[in-house]
Ligand binder design. Structure first.
Ligand SMILES: [Zn+2]
Length: 131
């Protein structure tokens, strides 16, 4: 098991507040564009694929697989940074993999979201752990 790092509270803009509120409620929400039927992340009001403002939040199922990862062992508390591709979408999120032995991580590994507390009672952040 990895030691726990202190995570700074995220700075929340109004545009992304539903995303952060979702994390507080235990849901990982991603943006979906009704015009071009595609997901995007990070959340934006304007679709980065087609420029439409007809975008909505959808709850993901919180499952995915590791697209790529790197373990920072020289940090005071080692951690694993990764891109995780969310199941049912074509998007990958930059995140951390936690609650695991870093030596067992592999590209393609199934993972599920977990919600990690941040400093000063800030909104939690989405990280992933082995499924
Ligand atoms: Zn679009």
């Amino acid at each position: 098991m990895s030691a726990t790092r202190t995570i700074p509270a995220p700075h929340i803009e109004e545009e992304t507040r539903p995303f952060w509120d979702g994390l507080k409620e235990g849901a990982l929400r991603v943006k979906f564009c009704n015009s071009c039927n595609s997901f995007h992340h990070y959340p934006r009001s304007i679709c980065p694929h087609c420029g439409s403002d007809d975008t909505v939040y959808k709850d993901s199922n919180g499952r995915g697989h590791i697209y790529s990862f790197s373990v920072f062992r020289a940090a005071p508390i080692p951690y694993a940074i990764a891109y995780v591709t969310l199941e049912g979408t074509d998007i990958s999120l930059m995140t951390n993999i936690v609650n695991c032995d870093f030596d067992t991580l592999a590209v393609g590994q199934a993972v599920k979201v977990c919600f990690v507390e941040t400093e000063d009672g800030g909104a939690p952040v989405a990280m992933f752990e082995p499924a």
